[in-house]
Design a binder for this molecule. Structure first.
Ligand code: SAM
Length: 396
C-alpha cells in the first residue's frame, strides 16, 4: 500500500511515508480481511439508520491530506473525527514525543474502539475525547494544526480561535455541492488563505455543526442536492419538466467522474446560481448515464431554471463512466425552460475549456468571518452562517 501511495505521488514526504510504514492499518480495522485493510479504499465502520456515520478513510486521500497538513515534530494537533484512530496514530508518529495529538469524536462507541485500536497497535501519544468537535477542544488550545476528517459546511469561529499564530486549519469544506480539502493558513490579518486545495468526499459532520443542505426528491430514485446559499428547488416543477424531455446536445468536452464533482461541476456552480447535483438510484433511468458512483448510485450536475432544467449526462454507449477516464458528455433539456438552461450549460462548458478545464486543485480559497471585508473584491463568494468563502483561479 505504501509503495503504491509513493509511486502515485500521494505520499511525497519522508515523515508521512515513515508514519504509514510504522503504523499497522489492520490494527485499526479488526475483523477486516488483511487485503481489504490495505486496499486503497474507504471502509465503512459504522452505520446508523442505513447511513454511513464513520469510515476508515481511503489511504490515498489520507496521504494527500497529511501532505497538505505539513506536520512537524513537536506540533500540537487537534483532529476532529477520530473514527478508528488510524489517522491520529499516523499524525502522532510524525509529531513525535515532543508533540501531541488530541482526537475528538462525537460517538462514544467509536472513541472506545479507537482507544482499543491504538493500544493494539502499541501507539502512545494520542488523547481521545468524546465531544462535538464543532466546538473544537479548548482545554488543549492553541493548536499548530487543526484537521477535520469529516466534512463541514462552514468554517467555525471556534476552530479559528483555537489555532496558534501561523497555524493551519485543514478541512473538507462543502462549497456549492463540491467538497474541497482546503489547507488554510491563519494570517496576522485574521484571514485564512489556502496553501493547497484538493477535491475530496467525506462523511458529513454530525451535531451542532451539521448544517442543513437541502435535498429534494422530485421523482422516485432521483435526489437533488441543493447547495447552500441557493434558493429552494420546487420538486413538482422539476417532476413536470422531467416528464417533458427535450433535445440533447453534445458538450464540447468529454468529462470524467471528478469533473462533475469538482471540475466542470464546481465551475458551473460558481457561474450559474441554479446549479445542483443530481443523485440517481440504480432503478432510475438516469443512473446508467451518470458519471460517478455517488452515495446514492451515481451523480451528475444539472442546471435548474424556471420551468425546466438541463442535465449533463454521459453520451450513449460510453461505458460505465466510473473509471478514471473521461467519456463523451451531453446536456439534455427538460421542460419548456430546458433549452435555455442547456444553452447556459454549453456556454459555461466552452468557457471552462477555454480556461484550461481547471479543477479545484487550481483554486485559491480565502475565508473570513461573516461580515468582515473580503480580501478579493470581485472574486466568487459563498456566504455561510459563520464565514464568507471566496474562490478565485490560482496558479497551476
Ligand atoms: C471519515 S470518519 C474519520 C476517520 C478517522 N480519521 C480515521 O482515521 O479512521 C469521520 C468521523 O467523524 C466523526 N464525527 C462526525 N461528526 C462529528 C463531530 N461533530 N465531532 C467529532 N467527530 C465527528 C464521525 O463519528 C466519524 O467517526
Amino acid at each position: 500500500m505504501v509503495d503504491a501511495l509513493r509511486t502515485s505521488g500521494r505520499i511525497c514526504s519522508g515523515p508521512v511515508e515513515q508514519a504509514f510504514r510504522a503504523v499497522p492499518r489492520h490494527a485499526f480495522l479488526p475483523g477486516t480481511p488483511i487485503e481489504a485493510a490495505y486496499a486503497d479504499e474507504a471502509l465503512t465502520v459504522q452505520r446508523r439508520a442505513g447511513v454511513a456515520t464513520s469510515s476508515a478513510s481511503q489511504p490515498s486521500m489520507m496521504a494527500i491530506m497529511l501532505e497538505q497538513l505539513d506536520l512537524r515534530p513537536g506540533h500540537r494537533v487537534l483532529e476532529i473525527g477520530a473514527g478508528t484512530g488510524y489517522n491520529a496514530a499516523l499524525m502522532a508518529h510524525v509529531v513525535g514525543a515532543a508533540g501531541s495529538v488530541t482526537a475528538v469524536d462525537i460517538d462514544a462507541e467509536l472513541v472506545s474502539s479507537a482507544a482499543a485500536h491504538l493500544a493494539a497497535a502499541g501507539m502512545a501519544g494520542v488523547e481521545l475525547i468524546c465531544a462535538d468537535g464543532a466546538l473544537g477542544h479548548p482545554p488543549r488550545a492553541p493548536y499548530d494544526r487543526i484537521v477535520l476528517t469529516v466534512c463541514s459546511v462552514d468554517v467555525r469561529p471556534e476552530w479559528v480561535a483555537q489555532l496558534a499564530e501561523g497555524g493551519r486549519l485543514l478541512l473538507p469544506l462543502a462549497v456549492l455541492g463540491s467538497q474541497l480539502s482546503v489547507a488554510l493558513d491563519l494570517g496576522a490579518d485574521g484571514i485564512l488563505r489556502s496553501g493547497s486545495v484538493r477535491g475530496c468526499s467525506f462523511i458529513r459532520l454530525r451535531g451542532i455543526g451539521a448544517g442543513s443542505d437541502a435535498t429534494v426528491r422530485p421523482v422516485d430514485g432521483l435526489l437533488i442536492a441543493v447547495p447552500e446559499s441557493r434558493g429552494g428547488v420546487d420538486p413538482h416543477a422539476v417532476a413536470a419538466a422531467l416528464a417533458a424531455p427535450g433535445p440533447a446536445r453534445r458538450l464540447p468536452v468529454s468529462l470524467g467522474a471528478s469533473d462533475v464533482w469538482d471540475g466542470f461541476g464546481l465551475w458551473l456552480a460558481l457561474t450559474e446560481p441554479g446549479t445542483v447535483r443530481l443523485l440517481a438510484h440504480d432503478d432510475h433511468p438516469f443512473s446508467a448515464r451518470m458519471f460517478a458512483p455517488g452515495p446514492a448510485g451515481g451523480v451528475t450536475v444539472a442546471l435548474v431554471v424556471d420551468a425546466g432544467l438541463a442535465v449533463v449526462l454521459r453520451g450513449d454507449g460510453t461505458g460505465d463512466g466510473t473509471g478514471d477516464g473521461t467519456v463523451d458528455a451531453e446536456v439534455q433539456a427538460f421542460g419548456p425552460g430546458g433549452a435555455t438552461a442547456a444553452e447556459l450549460v454549453l456556454a459555461a462548458a466552452r468557457r471552462w475549456v477555454d480556461g484550461g478545464s481547471p479543477s479545484s486543485a487550481e483554486l485559491e480559497v480565502a475565508v473570513v468571518p461573516r461580515g468582515h471585508p473580503v480580501p478579493w473584491p470581485g472574486a466568487a463568494r459563498v456566504d455561510k452562517e459563520h464565514s464568507t468563502v471566496q474562490l478565485r483561479p490560482g496558479s497551476r
